[in-house]
Design a protein around this ligand. Structure first.
Ligand code: NAI
Ligand code: MG
Length: 503
């Protein structure tokens, strides 16, 4: 059934609001190149209103405000959001597929994860009521100390287009559970489902101003949010270049940031693997969500002794992937998100060719699709470590590969990157897997798989992939500050300055 993109406004202080300057941006279906709707485009004036609403919601009514309410009070709203997400799953999944081009089956999976993530942080937020005050043991009997975990305040959440609603949820759910209020700025390339989240917040009666959702361009809406003096923290997922700009803006106010940036993650396939299983995980690692994943394992390292057999299987299997409109039954690869990304993919591939690499499969637009931003799943061999295709994040369905002889060489090649988000090691030998895991410079290591992600486990990188961890308890800590409370409990005076009466 066809779905229409609902027409929405900015969501500020619990109300729909036309952007102050009245600007709007088109919603383009990347599979057809057609404009299928519009989103509002905020500017600094709207960000001002949204931050003001979030500030007021933080401490509006003594005792009943968001930041000082109990975790159990806030959890009720998160659970109500989760159940509305489940109720609207079919629509949300279709909108996600239309807006960012991911296959409908993947979009449906994302929406399940969104609901699960709201539920999970409802539980963690509720548990915070017991953990909010934690004793600290001191070496002196005359003092007693404890820590209070408190919400950081108003947080700015800036998110990308590859998992539009899920990346927003990874930030919104823990932020709200912790007692923060928020301004969410989704990517201009895929904001539709985040505006549906706004509709859900309105429907369940989330107290006004607790979550404000302002769509718009990065420089016009994202930048004023990042540099706003009344925003207490910025959480960002996106490119390393934008991450640097956000960090620079935040530095002016010594504002904490958490950054989840790009990657160029390795997948290491040792000679003892089951070739079929390893080939499928290698494909999933880079073709799922069209390779538009920060953690994509886009550099394949395969042991020389099995390389021919492995690559032949991988290439043949890759050629059979169903590429189609994301809404078509059985689609496993849709278009990339935008014309800009499409042209960027083709440029990466042509540079690899002119650098002397070999295209083993794919390399261009699929012949059966004349419209849409489709790029074939592509595997590139004869790659040298100095080439752009080895060094830079492509963020598309492009895998480059090299062979290795020894474990040491594999580790050296795997760590030969300025990024450090993820890595995968595939082998039947548990000791080898453990050794390699310890040596990989990465925030996430997958063993005998690539990409599965659970909201209970920490997510984030090292090196230029950023810092801070999302998900799990670490995700909640992202939005909490720790206050030390120390009490003098002795009946005796402190006695440092001799009392004048005794002099
Ligand atoms: P981007 O990093 O520019 O956009 C991400 C978010 O930041 C969007 O909401 C955008 O509006 C906002 N933004 C942009 N400039 C800003 C600024 N000056 N201040 C505050 N917010 C700003 O990513 P873009 O341009 O959409 O994609 C370009 C490349 O970035 C991709 O090809 C990929 O390599 C990488 N990327 C990585 C992602 C990841 O998950 N790590 C996600 C999206 C993109
Ligand atoms: Mg779009």
């Amino acid at each position: 059934m066809a779905v229409a993109v609902p027409s929405r406004q900015l969501f500020i202080n619990g109300e729909w609001k036309e952007p102050v300057k009245g600007k709007r941006l088109p919603v383009i279906n990347p599979a057809t190149e057609e404009t299928i709707g519009e989103i509002p485009a905020a500017t600094a004036e709207d960000i001002e209103l949204a931050v003001d609403a979030a500030r007021r919601a933080l401490t509006r009514n003594r005792g009943k405000d968001w930041s000082r309410a109990s975790g159990a009070f806030r959890a009720k709203y998160l659970r109500a959001i989760a159940s509305k997400i489940v109720e609207r799953k079919t629509l949300l999944a279709k909108l996600e597929a239309l807006d960012c081009g991911k296959p409908l089956d993947e979009a449906a999976w994302d929406i399940d994860d969104v609901a699960a993530c709201f539920e999970y942080y409802a539980d963690l937020g509720e548990a915070l009521d017991q953990k909010q005050k934690a004793p600290v043991s001191l070496p002196m009997q005359t003092f007693k100390s404890h820590v209070l975990k408190e919400p950081l305040g108003v947080v700015g959440l800036i998110t990308p287009w590859n998992y539009p609603l899920l990346m927003a949820t990874w930030k919104v759910a823990p932020a709200l559970a912790a007692g923060c209020t928020a301004v969410l700025k989704p990517s201009e390339l895929a904001s539709v489902t985040c505006l549906e989240l706004a509709d859900i917040c309105k429907e369940i009666g989330l107290p006004s101003g607790v979550l404000n959702i302002v769509t718009g361009l990065g420089p016009e809406a994202g930048a004023p949010l990042a540099s706003h003096p009344l925003v207490d923290k910025i959480a960002f997922t996106g490119s390393t270049a934008t991450g640097k700009a956000i960090m620079t803006a935040a530095a002016q106010m010594v504002k904490p940031v958490s950054l989840e940036l790009g990657g160029k993650s390795p997948i290491i396939v040792f000679e003892d693997v089951d070739i079929d299983k390893a080939a499928e995980w290698t494909m999933f690692g880079v073709f799922w969500t069209n390779g538009q994943i920060c953690s994509a394992t886009s550099r394949l390292l395969v042991q020389e002794s099995i390389a021919n057999e492995f690559v032949e299987k991988l290439v043949n299997w890759t050629k059979s992937i169903k590429i189609s409109d994301p809404l078509e039954e059985g689609c496993r690869l849709g278009p990339v998100v935008s014309e800009g990304q499409y042209l960027k993919m083709l440029k990466f591939i042509s540079t690899a060719k002119s650098d002397g690499a070999t295209i083993l499969c794919g390399g261009g637009r699929p012949q059966h699709l004349s419209k849409g931003f489709f790029v074939e799943p592509t595997i590139i061999g004869d790659v040298d470590t100095s080439m752009q295709i080895w060094r830079e994040e492509v963020f598309g369905p492009v895998l480059c590969m090299k062979t290795f002889k020894t474990e040491e060489e594999a580790i050296e090649l795997a760590n030969d990157t300025r990024y450090g988000l993820a890595g995968a090691v595939l082998s039947k030998d548990p000791e080898l897997r453990e050794r390699v895991t310890k040596h990989l410079q990465a925030g996430i290591v997958w063993v005998n798989c690539s990409q599965p992600c659970f909201c209970q486990a920490p997510w984030g990188g090292t090196k230029r992939s950023g810092f801070g961890r999302e998900l799990g308890e670490w995700g909640l800590d992202n939005y909490l500050s720790v206050k030390q409370v120390t009490e003098y409990i002795s009946d005796d005076p402190w006695g440092w300055y001799p009392s004048p009466s005794k002099l």
